[in-house]
Design a binder for this molecule. Structure first.
Ligand SMILES: [Zn+2]
Length: 70
């Protein structure tokens, strides 16, 4: 399966206000996602944010497989 990256899949229009300008932010440290399987498996949570209304239109992690059970 093709890996979807931030660059390949970006929402181009805000579903709330129709804005077309976005900022990207990363939630790391204690705000990072922790796997249900292990507290040691974490991944920074990234957000795509509409700069017009502030809505987070998409949240994702760069390496979701890091959260898998091994
Ligand atoms: Zn918006």
């Amino acid at each position: 399966m093709k890996r979807v990256t931030r660059e390949e899949f970006v929402l181009t229009k805000c579903p709330i206000c129709g804005g077309e300008e976005f900022a990207f932010a990363c939630q790391a440290g204690y705000g990072a996602l922790t796997s249900d399987d292990s507290l040691l498996k974490t991944a920074p949570l990234r957000h795509q944010i509409c700069t017009q209304c502030g809505t987070v239109v998409r949240s994702f992690v760069d390496n979701p497989k890091k959260l898998l059970k091994r």
